[in-house]
Design a protein around this ligand. Structure first.
Ligand code: NDP
Length: 327
């Protein structure tokens, strides 16, 4: 049996992604073969394509998230069986494919009410939102917090969830259409651009500043984000959409008010099976209750993943984007 996959033979622009025939893998001990119905597009896929993050050897298939049905399981697997509807958001890369083999203990069974497209749109971005606002900093009712790229995939989910927890969200976006979307998905205040960010946050908070900033933009916004924090505030630098943050002089954290700084990743927060299950459970709850709506605002055939990358890097997407293996 053969499958198809997007493979890269070198690092570079979207054009390095090629749609190729590959042998269908067989599940080994502890593994499951999953037939993908929908694949999630995430900014991390760009980092693996450009080589900012290095995967295993080339040629490689990028992608860390998909939803579909289990086709076969390897020796010793009892947690899932053929026919089960599942999803995952995990390393190693390899999701941009019609089928793939993956460790069975990384699979989460899907509730009937969550379709494959929604699942592929929400597992990685939604579990990221979960750990960021429930664990990295436990967002409290009454807090005002800053979320960058508030109309993006992670941003729209996190803003809705934070509002559901009773927080006020200051969302940062790049244009008026995104501002409107952020406002209708949980952001109480929306700022267009970050040029004047600390002054705007000072105005909105009456000088108090904020206990936490969630910054996924990286290089362009890191310093402005630090200046939005109240003393003892927490800077959560969790992405590099504008490029990696240069080395930081930790004395700055002292000078700006005994600040905390973390650079978290979903992989560490879901490494234990119990944490993965808890994260998925909380995500399913807020989606099923309607507190968080998953906005799949773009779909592309998986074979045209290059166009999806161009849109994502070009800041043309909002909410989540799904790649469809069968068109
Ligand atoms: P998004 O849908 O949020 O897309 C990225 C957004 O970043 C753009 O839409 C754009 O919004 C904003 N942006 C700001 N500057 C730039 C720039 N120079 N180039 C491109 N985009 C820019 O993507 P995701 O939801 O997939 O991911 C959001 C971020 O979260 C990424 O940085 C990703 O790496 C990170 N992430 C981190 C995880 C972790 O565990 N550490 C897990 C998941 C995601 P605008 O135009 O409004 O500025």
């Amino acid at each position: 049996m053969s499958s198809k996959a997007i493979r890269i033979h070198s690092y570079g622009g979207p054009e390095v992604m090629q749609w190729e025939g590959v042998p269908t893998p067989e599940p080994g001990p502890g593994e499951a073969l999953v037939r993908h119905e929908a694949v999630g597009l995430n900014y991390i896929d760009v980092y693996f394509r450009t080589g900012l993050y290095k995967g295993p050897n080339l040629p490689a298939t990028i992608g860390m998230e998909a939803a579909g049905a289990v086709v076969a399981v390897g020796e010793g697997v009892s947690s899932v069986k053929p026919g089960d509807r599942v999803a995952y958001a995990t390393a190693p890369i390899g999701a941009y494919a019609t089928e793939r083999v993956i460790s069975a203990d990384r699979l989460v069974k899907l509730p009937d009410s969550i379709d494959f497209k929604t699942a592929a749109a929400m597992m990685l971005q939604g579990m990221t939102a979960q750990y960021l606002i429930r664990r990295t900093h436990r967002v409290q009712a009454g807090e005002t917090i800053v979320i960058h790229a508030a109309a993006g995939g992670v941003g729209l989910i996190m803003s809705q969830w934070a509002r559901h927890l009773g927080a006020s969200v200051i969302g940062v976006v790049s244009n008026e259409a995104k501002a409107e979307l952020a406002r209708s998905h949980g952001a109480t205040h929306v700022l267009i651009g970050h040029a004047d960010l600390p002054a705007q946050v000072k105005r909105i908070t009456g000088g108090a500043m904020v206990p936490v900033v969630y910054d996924s933009v990286g290089k362009d916004t890191f310093m402005a984000s630090l200046d939005c924090l109240a003393p003892l505030g927490l800077m959560v630098s969790f992405g590099n959409a504008s490029g990696p943050v240069p080395p930081v002089d930790i004395a700055l954290l002292g000078a700006k008010g005994s600040l905390f700084l973390t650079r978290p990743s979903l992989a560490s927060y879901t490494a234990k099976r119990a944490d993965l299950e808890q994260s998925a459970k909380e995500l399913f709850e807020v989606v099923q209750s309607g507190a968080v709506k998953i906005e799949v605002n773009q779909t592309f055939p998986l074979s045209q993943a290059a166009d999806a990358h161009r849109a994502l890097e070009g800041r043309k997407t909002t909410g989540s984007t799904v790649l469809l293996p069968r068109g």
